[in-house]
Structure formats: structure tokens, C-alpha cells
Design a protein around this ligand. Sequence first.
Ligand SMILES: Nc1ncnc2c1ncn2[C@@H]1O[C@H](COP(=O)(O)OP(=O)(O)OP(=O)(O)O)[C@@H](O)[C@H]1O
Length: 307
Amino acid sequence: MNAIDAKALLLIVNPTAGRRRRGLVDAVAARVRAEGWTVDVVETTAAGDARRLAATCDARRYGVIAVAGGDGTINEVVNGLAGRGEDAPAVGIVPLGTANVLAHELGLGFSAAAVARTMTAGRALVMQPGEAANGTGARCFSLMAGAGFDAKVVAGVSAPLKRRLGRAAYVWRSLVEARRYRPVRYQVEIDGVRHEASSVIVTRSRHYAGPYVVAPNAALGEPLLHVCLFERWGRSHTFRYGMALLLGRLPRTAGYRVVTGRSVKVSVLNDAGEGRDQPVQIDGDNALILPVSIGLAAGAVRLLRPA
Ligand SMILES: Nc1ncnc2c1ncn2[C@@H]1O[C@H](COP(=O)(O)OP(=O)(O)OP(=O)(O)O)[C@@H](O)[C@H]1O
């Protein structure tokens, strides 16, 4: 638990995120100011701005760095803060995204009053982010890294489409990916033990795609990766997994397993003639291509949740 001493908040707004509820951002800022805090608002103009702001902001001035955006913008801030050590500002969230998985995971309210209260009087959860790396780069994640069906869906949803259709963009793209489905097999090595899967999600969080549960025993504060293995393949099993997720039954579904570990390697075992780069989604954004090594990042970040 951490008291927030510096009563100044840097509010980073992604004006392109989710439903772009500017009214919520303004209402939160007004409530935080009413508690005697200083609030400095900065809008991002492109991907990468939020990461740079988080990496360079003055930790003596700002007790809290708040993100008004979705999981992708929060991911940028986590990447910017991960290397900064203990004195880095705590992270608050104004959930504006399409899925807002981290907000669900932290049990945040979605009203202006609840969001503002968490900023000024919340408790800080210390989290060691996950980190995925391949030959070309590395990226931290607060939620998950995934390969297989969901990563292909994410890779196929453009930002304008997400803005126009919201969550329906993912439903539409899932249907497209189901039509062109090929039974690609992935090798997933967890702490040196090999497994096979048709899809894999390596997660720090219980939730996925919003309020849905994929890893019932995961806890952000625990430095452990939960590796969700979808072990059956084919269109009908993919559909069954999707329905089970929406109905809250995925953890009890045959052919689905969660294995915990600290070091995970994901590669393509057989691409079933697909002949394309296999994407990796990180916190809901198309980020890397396979093969990747996944572990826990060296640093930690503090995430604010309700007291
Ligand atoms: N001003 C900007 N213009 C374009 N892209 C931006 C800007 N600011 C941030 N981004 C990028 O936009 C992407 C999507 O943003 P974000 O995830 O916050 O919203 P979302 O996709 O609507 O929400 P969710 O991830 O919860 O579905 C992120 O990868 C982020 O890096």
C-alpha cells in the first residue's frame, strides 16, 4: 500500500480511444481538482506519445500518472514506467477503451465519482509486468500476450474499424478469421516443459476481452504467468471456446487448460500451409510476430485500485 504524497496528477488522454467519452475525462479532472489536486492534461497525438510521457515525467512533481484511454494506451504507460524504479508515479485509469480489461481486473468503477476517488484515495497494487521479446524487440504487458486465433483477430481489426463498430469489430473479424481458419499448431514451452496448442494466451490477469474470465486463479500482484492453452483445433472447437468464454464456462471446458510458469516460449510447430507471419497480440494490440520468449519484466509498476 502506498500513500500518494505529491497531489499532482498528469492525465494522458488518448483522443482516439474507444467511445471517446470526453465528458467522463472532464468530470474526473473536475472532481480530482475539487479534492485540492493539480491536474495537468496532455492529449496524445500519435501512438508512442504516452510511453514517452510516462518515461520522462517528473516523479517529484506527479504522484499519479493517469491514463484516459484503453488497454493499449495503458500498455504504453506501463512500458514507459517499467524501467523507472520505485519512485515512479502510480498509474490511475479513466476507462475509455473498447474492452477495458485492466479496469475490470482492478475492480474499478466506471462513473466519474468512482474513477476520481480511486485517483486521490485509492490503494496501489504493485505489479511486475510481463515481457515478450523476439529478435526485433521487446514489449511489457500488464495483461497478456497471445498467439493464434485471438492474435489474428486483433491483427485484422484496424483502429478506424474499432472506432466505428466498437466491440462488434471483433465479432465481425472473428467471423472472417473463422472462415479462413487453418489448423495451425503452436509449440508452447513452459518452464522447459513442451505443450501443443491451437491458440495460447499468456496472461497476468483473470479477465479477457472485458469482463470475461480466462484464468480464474491469476492475480496481478502475484509474479506468475498463467498460460491458457486451447488444445483442440478446428472451426467447431474454436466456436465452442468462444461461446464458453462469453458464457463464463471457459475454465471448465474440455480441451482448455491453464498452466502456470515464469518462462514461456511460443513458436509455430506447423503452420498448416498458412504461409504468413504469425502475429502476437499484446494487451489487445498487434505487437510482435512469432517466435517469442515471454517472462516477467525486471521492474514493477504501481496500479491504483479502489481503497
Ligand atoms: N493520438 C493517438 N493517435 C493514434 N493512436 C494512438 C494515439 N494515442 C494512443 N494511440 C494508440 O492507439 C491504440 C489503441 O488505443 P487504446 O487501446 O487506448 O484504445 P482502444 O483500442 O479503443 O481500447 P482497448 O485496448 O481497451 O480495446 C494504442 O495502441 C495506442 O498506442
